[in-house]
Design a protein around this ligand. Sequence first.
Ligand code: 5AD
Ligand code: SF4
Length: 474
Amino acid sequence: MKKSLPDYKEARRRTKEEVKVITDAYIMDNELSKLGIGKTYCTVTYGCQANVRDSETISAIMEDMSFTRVEDMKEADVVIFNTCAIRENAHNKVFGNLGIIKNLKEKKDILTILCGCMAQEESVIKMLTEKYKWVDVILGTHNIHNLPKLLSEAIDKNEQVVEVFSKEGDIVENLPVRRDNKYKAFVNIMYGCDKFCTYCIVPYTRGKQRSRRIEDILKEVNELLANGYKEVTLIGQNVNAYGKDIENYPTMANLLEEVAKTGIERIRFVTSHPWDFTDEMIDVIAKYDNIMPYFHLPVQSGSNRILKLMGRRYTKESYLELFHKIKERIPNASVTTDIIVGFPSETEEEFMETMEVVEECKYDGAFTFIYSPRENTPAASMKDDITLEEKEDRLQRLNALVNKYYRENNEKLLGKIVPVLIEGPSDKNSNLYSGYTDTMKLVNVECDKEDIGTVINVEITEAKTWSLDGKKVK
Ligand code: 5AD
Ligand code: SF4
């Protein structure tokens, strides 16, 4: 049963209509709340922080329906794939897992739900409705609150139910949440993106930029604080554009200051777009000790011609100016970035300009990607004449340089004392505990079980490429 399907033309349109805040969209009646008694669910999440946070809501909704969580999808009665569409390999992973479920379905009854960004893609929906009829529920990124109704419809009618709105509509508040971590939490501050970088599918799958109301954000932070949370990460696709979609509204600098005043121990924010980064933001970050000195500042490319083709709205020079301004005002700041290699028509010289930016910024880390054409985006119709071999070679050279600085920056911390929020036993060694520094570096620490959930001082004793070792000091 198709209720609505995604339409790219419609998704591309940005209307001036005012965004409403809906507080009563989520309906959980007595009957729905019993749907999952004696049954299990597993949420499988791909992609960015927005999806991780959405999955925490999806899991809470499943538990409101009395489903019990299991971690292994092969054991679950209901499997939910919360998908990502940013690159082709994200798709491939989902289709691989759908294949596993299809085989399992021959032996036992499993209900399958597919949601997230892939559900917003026209071609994916076409494929799922034609060739994957056994996927029971398909719901878009704007439809999560309708999950109970759609799941019960799919069970009653025993047929595929699809609900995907192309237009984002409103902000839905008061959805439940089942947080994965007891000490640090993601807090949405905005949804969608209006930047339309030419390679990116996000403005289509997540809709137009909608800032959450400041009072709702502060309410969530205060609740987390009251529940013992030590760290919040304010999330959005382009957080420094916060408030720009509402007339005369607080800016990201104002929001950061208000969150800092709640007194929560640690505040982070991702992702920043260099174009919207204001001096006021840097001032506020410098002023408050509880705003962490960590910046994720995607550069994407070091070539002005490629940046222009990407629609990034800044030049290499203006990016570097911002970078150095941050480093001057906040001397211990760590900065990470995102880089795409092999964008259509990128020459070797242009790639080398990206390498020069990495040399200059000596990033604390970088997520590096080979360009992946995305359906209906402007870059997908640009002539792409770089061979895969060349793209892979550029990626390898870039990664070698990024890793060199990753390690060098870690080595600078040897013998230093840094604050670490201890999260739990280390994955690597059960005698150690792990956590992140203020500058977002992973540390395996010799400390006590009682330190879990607190920020302690740690002396760094060993530096590796991806992590640090250290011991607690008084
Ligand atoms: N191909 C490769 N990388 C991409 N990103 C976004 N779209 C694409 C694409 N089509 C990368 C960007 C972005 C990060 C989240 O993913 O670097 O900052
Ligand atoms: Fe995509 Fe650009 Fe928006 Fe980031 S800012 S989500 S890269 S369109």
